[in-house]
Design a protein around this ligand. Structure first.
Ligand SMILES: [Zn+2]
Length: 40
């Protein structure tokens, strides 16, 4: 089983590797993965 995230709005499970893009913050160089709820 792949790790799952949970949508904070509706609680739908989102696969952790199904992110849409990676955003790197110019401030701290941290990578943020952007997810979209599959129910939207
Ligand atoms: Zn949702």
């Amino acid at each position: 089983m792949p790790p799952m995230l949970t949508c904070p709005i509706c609680g739908t499970g989102v696969k952790a590797d199904s992110f849409k893009e990676i955003y790197v913050s110019p401030y701290n160089k941290e990578e943020y993965k952007r997810y979209e709820c599959p129910k939207l």
